[in-house]
Write a protein that binds this ligand. Structure first.
Ligand code: C2E
Ligand code: CA
Ligand code: CA
Length: 761
C-alpha cells in the first residue's frame, strides 16, 4: 500500500518536473514563477515520499521537517506567482521588498522546524499500525511553535486568496475568469487538505491533488487563459474596427461578421450573408485561390452608390489545407467620390462641362489611334469679336453664349466624336468625315447667331475644317490648321465654314518665312516709309499718311497687305510700327528744318501695339527727341481697339490728345461698331473707308448714308477724310456733301519720301 502510494507520488512528481522543464522554454515572469512552484511542489513530494519510506525515527523526523519547510516555500512561491499573475504590484521595488520580508520569515520558520530535530519543540513522530496496511508515522505533540508555523502557512493562504478576490472584484467581466478559476483551484486544494486531515488517512492523499492542481494551474495560466484572452480581445477589436469584416469557414459558410459588416450591407442575418456571398464566390471562383484586393461598387435601392476596397484573404494551415476565408471591406465612398470629382474637374471645362483642352487632346488621340481606317475631320469654331460680347453685355452673357454653343454640340454630336472647349470662345470637334455635313454646322451656327444678334452686336461664328491625313500628327497642329482655315475667311460675314487646303498651307509657309526674315529686314532697313498725300477741297496739300513698303532684296516691293497680318499674328508688328513712327518723326523734323512745318504725317497704330508697348511714352519721347509739334504727328486707330481693354486704350488716347496729338479714326464704315467709336473716342478726324465710296456709285441709299455720315462727323466737331478717291466726280460729290479732305489714287499713290518731297515741295 505504502509503496503503491509512493509510486503514484513519483509519477506525479515526474509529470511535474517534465511540465516545469517544458515551461522553462516559455518567456515571462509568470512562466518563471510557475516553473518555480512546480519544482518546489515536486521537491516537497519527493521529501514526503522519503519520509514515508523512513524506518528510523530521527531520519523520519528530519525528512518530515524538510517536507513542511518545503511546503512553506511552496506557498511562498504560490504567493509570488499570484502577485505576478495578477500584476498587483506594478512597482517592482515594492514587490522586491515584500519578497524579501517573506523570504526572511520563511527562513526563520524553516530554522525553527530544522531545530525541531534537536530541540523537539514543535512536534514529534510516533508510529501507528494499521491492520490492513502496516506501520506508518504520524505527527503529534504539537506545541505553540508548531501552531506558529501553521498560522504562518495559513496567513500565506489567506493572503493569496485575498489577492485573487481583490482582482476578481476589480477586473472587467471578461477577465474575471482568469482569476476565479485560480481561486477555485486553490480552494479545492485547501478543501482536499482539510478532507485528508478529517479522514485521518495514514498518508497525505492531498499531495496527489497538489500535484494535479499545480499542473492544471500552470496550463491554465500559461496556455488556456492567454488564448481565451487573445480570442476575446481579438473579437472585441474586430467588432470595434472601422472596417467591415466577414469570415467564412472552409465550406464558405459565414461564421463571423462584425457590426460594421452588418451596417454596410444592411445584412439581417447569417443566411443573408451566405446568400449574398455565395454569388460572389461563384463569380470569383477562379480568382479566390490567392489573396487579393478588389475595388467594388454597390448600388443601393435608393439609388445611392457605395464604393469599397475589398480585401480578400484565403486562410490555409501549415500543410496547405483550407481553413477558411475572410474579407475586410473599407467603405471608400467619400474618398472615391472626391477622387471622381477631382478627375472630372481636371478633365472638363467647368463652365460648359465639355472636355477641356488637354482631355480633348487625349481623347482625340486615343480615338484616332483606335480607328486607323476611318478618315476624320478636325473642326474648330471661333466667335468673331467675342470680347465684344463681354464688353458690351457683360461676362454673364458671354458665358451664356458659350454654354449655349456647348449645349448645341452635345445635342447634335453622336458617337465616335470627341469635342471640347479649347479656350475662351474656341471649341474643337473631331469627327468621322463620313458623318460630317456642312449644313448641320451652318444650321447650328445660324441658330446661335439668331439667338444672340442684336442692334448693337452681330454675332458671327466661323468654323475651320481640316481633314486629318496623318493620325500621328500632333493634335495641336491639326487644330492650328483648322484655325488657319478660319483666318482665311475672318471678317467676311457671308462665310461660315472654311476648309484647310493647299493655298492655306502655302500662305502659312509664306508667313513663317516672312516672320523668319523680319529681324534681318528691320536691321537692314528693308522697310521703307511711303507717303500718300492728303488734300483739302481747294486742292491744297495738307498732309500725308505713312504706309510701309518692304523693299525685299529678292522679291522687290512687297505691299503691307502681304505681311501686316503675319507680323500682327507673330507679335512683331510693334517693332515695325515703332520704326515707322520714328521715321515719320524724323521726316517731320527734317521738314521743320526747311520751313515746311505745316505738313502733317499720319501713322498707323495696330491694336496689338497697345499690348506690346507703351504708346504714350513712345510718342512723347519722339516729339521731345525730334523737337516737333505733336499736332503734325497724327495717330490713326481702327475699331479693333475695342477688342482689348477699351477703357485703357481710351485713357491712353485721351492722354495723347491732351498732349496735342490728333487722333484719327481709320477705316470708318468698314466694321459695325463705328458709331460706338464715335461716341467713346474723342477723335479729331474720321477717315471714311473707301469701300463706302465704291458702293455710292450704284446706290442712292449709300449716298444718303455717306452724306449724313459726313454731316454727323461735322456735327460732332470732327473733320472728315475720305480714302480711296479715284476720280474727279468722287471729289466733287464729296465736296458737295461737306467732306473736308481727300486721299486716293486720284491725287497720288503712296510714294517714297524723296519722291513726295520733290513732287510737292
Ligand atoms: P490703310 O491704313 O487703310 O491705308 C490705306 C490703303 O489704301 C493703302 O494701302 C493705300 O495704298 C490704299 N489706297 C490709297 N488710295 C487708294 C485708292 O484710290 N484706291 C485703292 N484701291 N487703294 C488706295 P497699303 O499701303 O497697301 O496699306 C494697306 C494697309 O496696311 C493699310 O490700310 C494699313 O491698315 C496697313 N498698313 C500700312 N502701313 C502700315 C504700318 O506702317 N503700320 C501698320 N500697323 N499698318 C500699316
Ligand atoms: Ca491707315
Ligand atoms: Ca484706311
Amino acid at each position: 500500500m505504502k509503496i503503491a502510494f509512493v509510486l503514484i507520488l513519483v509519477m506525479i512528481c515526474v509529470a511535474m518536473i517534465v511540465n516545469a522543464v517544458y515551461i522553462s522554454k516559455k518567456e515571462g515572469s509568470v512562466a518563471a514563477y510557475c516553473r518555480n512552484f512546480l519544482y518546489a511542489g515536486a521537491f516537497s513530494i519527493i521529501l514526503y515520499s522519503i519520509f514515508l519510506m523512513c524506518n528510523e525515527l530521527a531520519m523520519a523526523t528530519f525528512f518530515y521537517g524538510l517536507f513542511i519547510c518545503m511546503l512553506e516555500w511552496l506557498l511562498l512561491y504560490f504567493l509570488r506567482y499570484t502577485l505576478v499573475y495578477t500584476c498587483l504590484f506594478t512597482n517592482n521595488k515594492l514587490l522586491k521588498k515584500t519578497e524579501m520580508l517573506f523570504n526572511i520569515l520563511t527562513v526563520l520558520s524553516n530554522t525553527s522546524i530544522i531545530l525541531n530535530n534537536v530541540l523537539h519543540h514543535m512536534f514529534r513522530l510516533d508510529t501507528v499500525v494499521f491492520t490492513e496496511c502496516g506501520e506508518y508515522w504520524y505527527v503529534t505533540g504539537f506545541t505553540v511553535f508548531y501552531y506558529i508555523h501553521l498560522i504562518y502557512c495559513y496567513g500565506l493562504v489567506v493572503l493569496i486568496m485575498l489577492v485573487l478576490l481583490y482582482k476578481i472584484l476589480k477586473a472587467a467581466s471578461s477577465y474575471r475568469n482568469r482569476y476565479t478559476s485560480i481561486l477555485a483551484s486553490f480552494c479545492m486544494l485547501i478543501v482536499s487538505d482539510a478532507f485528508c486531515l478529517f479522514l485521518a488517512y495514514p498518508v497525505n492523499v492531498s499531495l496527489v491533488f497538489y500535484g494535479i492542481i499545480a499542473m492544471f494551474l500552470s496550463y491554465f495560466s500559461l496556455y488556456h487563459v492567454p488564448n481565451t484572452v487573445i480570442a476575446k480581445i481579438l473579437s472585441l477589436s474586430i467588432q470595434d474596427m472601422s472596417s467591415a469584416m466577414i469570415c467564412f469557414d472552409e465550406n464558405k459558410e459565414c461564421i463571423y461578421y462584425n457590426n460594421n459588416a452588418k451596417d454596410v450591407f444592411k445584412l439581417q442575418d447569417k443566411e443573408h450573408i451566405d446568400y449574398a456571398f455565395a454569388k460572389w464566390f461563384k463569380k470569383h471562383k477562379d480568382d479566390i485561390k490567392v489573396d487579393n484586393i478588389w475595388h467594388s461598387k454597390e448600388i443601393r435601392e435608393n439609388g445611392e452608390t457605395l464604393y469599397f476596397d475589398m480585401e480578400y484573404h484565403n486562410m490555409k494551415d501549415e500543410k496547405g489545407r483550407q481553413i477558411g476565408y475572410y474579407f475586410v471591406l473599407n467603405d471608400t465612398t467619400d474618398s472615391t467620390l472626391a477622387y471622381i470629382k477631382e478627375c472630372y474637374n481636371a478633365r472638363h471645362d467647368n463652365l460648359t462641362g465639355l472636355y477641356n483642352r488637354d482631355y480633348f487632346f487625349e481623347k482625340t488621340a486615343k480615338m484616332l489611334k483606335n480607328n486607323p481606317d476611318i478618315t476624320y475631320y478636325m473642326l474648330c469654331s471661333d466667335i468673331k469679336d467675342f470680347k465684344l460680347v463681354n464688353n458690351l453685355f457683360g461676362f454673364e452673357s458671354g458665358n451664356e453664349v458659350l454654354i449655349a454653343e456647348a449645349d448645341i454640340l452635345r445635342q447634335r454630336l453622336g458617337k465616335n466624336v470627341t469635342y471640347g472647349r479649347l479656350s475662351a470662345d474656341r471649341f474643337a470637334i473631331c469627327m468621322p468625315k463620313s458623318k460630317y455635313r456642312e449644313e448641320d454646322f451652318t444650321d447650328c451656327i445660324k441658330e446661335l447667331r439668331n439667338k444672340y444678334t442684336s442692334d448693337v452686336y452681330r454675332m458671327h461664328i466661323y468654323m475651320g475644317v481640316y481633314e486629318i491625313t496623318d493620325i500621328n500628327e500632333e493634335i495641336s497642329s491639326m487644330i492650328d490648321k483648322a484655325t488657319l482655315a478660319i483666318s482665311s475667311i475672318w471678317g467676311d460675314y457671308d462665310k461660315i465654314v472654311a476648309y484647310f487646303g493647299e493655298e492655306l498651307m502655302e500662305k502659312t509657309l509664306l508667313w513663317e518665312r516672312m516672320c523668319g526674315e523680319f529681324d534681318n529686314a528691320l536691321a537692314n532697313n528693308e522697310f521703307k516709309m511711303y507717303l500718300q498725300p492728303q488734300f483739302d477741297t481747294s486742292g491744297t496739300l495738307k498732309g500725308s499718311e505713312a504706309l510701309v513698303r518692304w523693299i525685299h532684296p529678292e522679291h522687290g516691293i512687297i505691299p503691307p497687305i502681304s505681311f501686316i497680318e503675319a507680323f500682327e499674328n507673330a507679335g512683331l508688328i510693334y517693332q515695325l510700327d515703332q520704326y515707322m513712327w520714328e521715321e515719320a518723326a524724323k521726316t517731320l523734323a527734317k521738314w521743320k528744318a526747311i520751313g515746311k512745318e505745316d505738313y502733317c504725317i499720319s501713322v498707323n497704330i495696330s491694336t496689338k501695339d497697345f499690348y506690346y508697348c507703351d504708346i504714350y511714352s513712345i510718342f512723347i519721347n519722339l516729339i521731345q527727341k525730334y523737337d516737333i509739334n505733336p499736332h503734325n504727328l497724327k495717330i490713326e486707330i481702327t475699331e479693333s481697339v475695342f477688342m482689348n481693354d477699351v477703357d485703357k486704350s481710351i485713357e491712353i488716347l485721351d492722354k495723347l490728345k491732351n498732349k496735342g496729338f490728333e487722333i484719327e479714326i481709320d477705316d470708318f464704315g468698314s466694321g459695325f461698331s463705328s458709331l460706338n467709336m464715335l461716341k467713346d473716342i474723342h477723335a479729331d478726324v474720321v477717315k471714311i473707308d473707301m469701300g463706302f465710296l465704291k458702293e455710292t456709285e450704284n446706290g442712292e441709299r449709300s449716298r444718303i448714308i455717306l452724306a449724313n455720315t459726313i454731316n454727323l462727323i461735322k456735327e460732332l466737331g470732327m473733320h472728315s477724310i475720305t480714302e480711296g478717291v479715284e476720280n474727279k466726280s468722287q471729289v466733287d460729290m464729296l465736296t458737295k456733301m461737306g467732306c473736308d479732305m481727300f486721299q486716293g489714287y486720284y491725287y497720288s499713290k503712296p510714294i517714297s519720301v524723296k519722291e513726295f518731297e520733290s513732287k510737292y515741295f
